[in-house]
Design a protein around this ligand. Sequence first.
Ligand code: GSH
Length: 103
Amino acid sequence: MSIKQLVDDSISSNKVAIFSKSYCPYCKKVKKLFAEEFPNVEPKIYELDELDDGSAIQDYLYQKTGQRTVPNVFVASKHIGGNDDTQGLFKQGELKKLIIGAA
Ligand SMILES: N[C@@H](CCC(=O)N[C@@H](CS)C(=O)NCC(=O)O)C(=O)O
């Protein structure tokens, strides 16, 4: 499977997909948000620093979204952005709507 296929498939087949790095504090915050606020949703999490293809995945995400940083979050196949974007969407009540809509 190509990197493009792997990333695109995981975005379309998971309600929440998070491309993360295990040591990244912003990633920890966004993973905590989902775990605490949406405990019934199990995000698909890729720790890019622990994967052989992690750099290639990060390159493809940059090509796809214009965002190189992690976390890079997708909900209901929609690109949300990083931790700041995700927390902002949550505070507006829009993250819940997206998740419910994807049920
Ligand atoms: N404002 C961003 C900050 C994200 C950020 O700075 N992430 C760092 C890791 S902690 C990053 O991606 N650095 C580049 C890299 O790891 O390739 C957010 O809220 O997501």
